[in-house]
Design a protein around this ligand. Sequence first.
Ligand code: AMP
Length: 435
Amino acid sequence: MSFESLGLRTELLRAVSEKGYNNPTPIQQQAIPLVLEGRDIMGGAQTGTGKTAGFTLPLLQRLMSSTKPVKGRRNIRALVLTPTRELAAQVAESVQTYGRHLPLKSTVVFGGVSINPQKIKLIKGVDILVATPGRLLDHVSQRSVDLSKVDILVLDEADRMLDMGFIKDIRKVLALLPKQKQTLLFSATFSGEIKKLANDLLKSPALVEVAQRNTTAERVTQVVHPVDKKRKRELLSLLIGSENWRQVLVFTRTKHGANKLAEQLDRDGISAAAIHGNKSQGARTRALAQFKSGKVRVLVATDIAARGLDIDQLPHVVNFELPNVAEDYVHRIGRTGRAGNEGEAMSLVCVDELKLLQDIERLIKREIPKVVIDNFEPDPTIKPEPINKGGRGRQQQNSRKRSGNKPGASRNSKGPYKGRSNNQSRSGNRARQGA
Ligand code: AMP
């Protein structure tokens, strides 16, 4: 299927071809015609599927077909809400890229930077506004935005917005929008809360889904390396160094942990930067740019900071610590294997995290192969400890481990890591090179 056959106007086709896209991705094939028809959408789309173009292209087209001669100030006719600054910036960039041959204006507002330049742009007038909910409400209270003319609302990564506690802000924004509008809601996962929001908001929505819910990206090879907590950093440096990985995104649970790990890796001679919510927007943008350009090999991130990062062909994602919320695992590993590229997601799992691992495997409905790296066998006498405050109790898994007879995977049938492992010869070989 071609972009032409989706009924997009020539200015958009030109922009898409300049961007180098040949064919629409599955979510684009499904979503574009429905959005063009004016339907509400409930989109189950993982990161990396091309969903941004899936809603942006038809949104631009709809705005063009309803463009009235602009007299005086433009009205905000499309509003895109995103959970994080980085995602907002990326969506805004896509709006600019795909709309470059159209006479529409857009801007982006998010927190962490001065509000005044944003106000000036808003007051001049835009057709499309991309925003994070908190900063948008700041603008509402300072009267720099009028949301009463919005025709199209997009909630991008709605699950994450709820996880981040934005539901009240979202409801406040919704109350300012016209009742009659087209709404597109995208979410990687569907909790009861998301379904409720969708019920309240969407009118006979078309369901658009490209991957089974709560499943992990198909192209991503996943592996768990059981290891003691205090040896994780050593193992990570070894894997990065010996396999000569040039670009690795590493996840930690806490901001402090991210800083500490980045410093330690730097000391090991592996250039690293940390990105998290306590860093200024400037520092976050700089770290991301250095990582993208290859100046920094490792970007250590917390879940919130990493949301929305779009780094082309990111080959490696490492969970230095498993996330507290199983859904975050899906988001994290969605950073690799994007838009048709193969990726590898590796989790360093200590005895404290076995319950989290179980939750993840239940969510993604598959068992992740376990590969013990030689000389990093977990000490079976170490007892699990609760994770952070209010950490969940650890349960020992009672299943069989078969990793011992694979190259590079040591035979260690004792201890709590007796998780059954799937066919893992590839991972095992890689592990051997790494060990
Ligand atoms: P998204 O899921 O919207 O974050 O998009 C993930 C990545 O896929 C981005 O780097 C896009 O530039 C890229 N992408 C989007 N649509 C296409 C397409 N039709 N062909 C190739 N790459 C695409």
